[in-house]
Design a protein around this ligand. Structure first.
Ligand code: GLP
Length: 243
């Protein structure tokens, strides 16, 4: 794993955007795996700025998002579909038909998860997968578990994740209890992975995930086994790693 230390959140966002931009420039018709959460917002802003300057062209880029809440309409401002449009898709020249987010309104989990896996395969797999890191080590919505979930599946969110995400909803009761997420196997099949982390509150999980044992109890720890992972994290998030 390659670790790139950034000064702060803005610096992390710039460095992450550099890697995403390089991918788009080197392979204009690449498949980007995209993530939501507060961490990638700054990197998406950077990509929009570079697009506006004329330095980036998304006209042939395809995207697949990691996850989506089950039961939220696309028009709900907390859906990941909405988030992606607000933060990136509406501001660059990516074609709507080339963007993909799991369909949270499909009630048949098996059907939707099979569709999403087949879709990723039909695109030839993900060239560069962007990831954030949950406080409990989750990636996408792969929560700590007894075994790694391989394919796209429906998850029951943990209390900790519901707690962490409730700030975006009127109350904890409004946070959906389930989500569709790419599985660990889906994520691990990406050719390259870029994981971004910011803030002291993630310092312990950065240490456990990337310097501790590989275990499904810390889902991100599996990334230690991937041949091409770059961690871009700010100094605060790296403050507890062994030096
Ligand atoms: C959410 C998302 C993840 C994200 C994580 C961290 O629940 N499903 O994809 O990486 O939590 O979020 P944040 O970046 O806001 O800390």
């Amino acid at each position: 794993m390659k670790i790139i230390e950034a000064k702060d959140y803005n610096d992390m966002s710039r460095k992450a955007a550099n890697i995403l931009s390089a991918q788009v420039i080197m392979k204009p018709d690449c498949v980007l795996g995209l993530a939501t959460g507060s961490t990638p917002v700054g990197a998406y802003r950077q990509l929009v700025e570079r697009f506006e300057k004329g330095d980036l062209d998304f006209s042939q880029v395809k995207s697949v998002n990691l996850d989506e809440y089950k039961g939220l309409e696309r028009t709900n401002d907390q859906s990941y579909y909405y988030f992606m449009h607000e933060n990136l898709f509406n501001h660059v020249n990516i074609k709507e038909e080339n963007t993909n987010v799991p369909n949270g309104m499909e009630p048949d989990a098996e059907k939707e998860c099979a569709r999403y896996e087949a879709l990723i395969d039909s695109l030839g797999g993900v060239d560069l997968q962007l990831l954030g890191l949950g406080h409990n080590g989750h990636i996408g919505f792969n929560e700590p578990a007894e075994a790694f979930d391989k394919a796209t599946h429906c998850v029951n969110l943990t209390e900790r994740t519901i707690e962490a995400n409730k700030r975006f909803f009127a109350s904890a009761d409004d946070v959906p209890r389930q989500a569709y997420t790419m599985g660990i196997g889906t994520i691990m099949r990406a050719k390259k992975i870029l994981i971004i982390v910011s803030g002291e509150d993630k310092a312990e999980i950065v240490r456990d995930a990337f310097f501790g044992p590989v275990t499904p109890k810390v889902p991100a720890s599996i990334l230690q086994m991937h041949p091409d992972v770059t961690l871009v994290a700010d100094a605060a998030a790296l403050s507890k790693i062994p030096r």
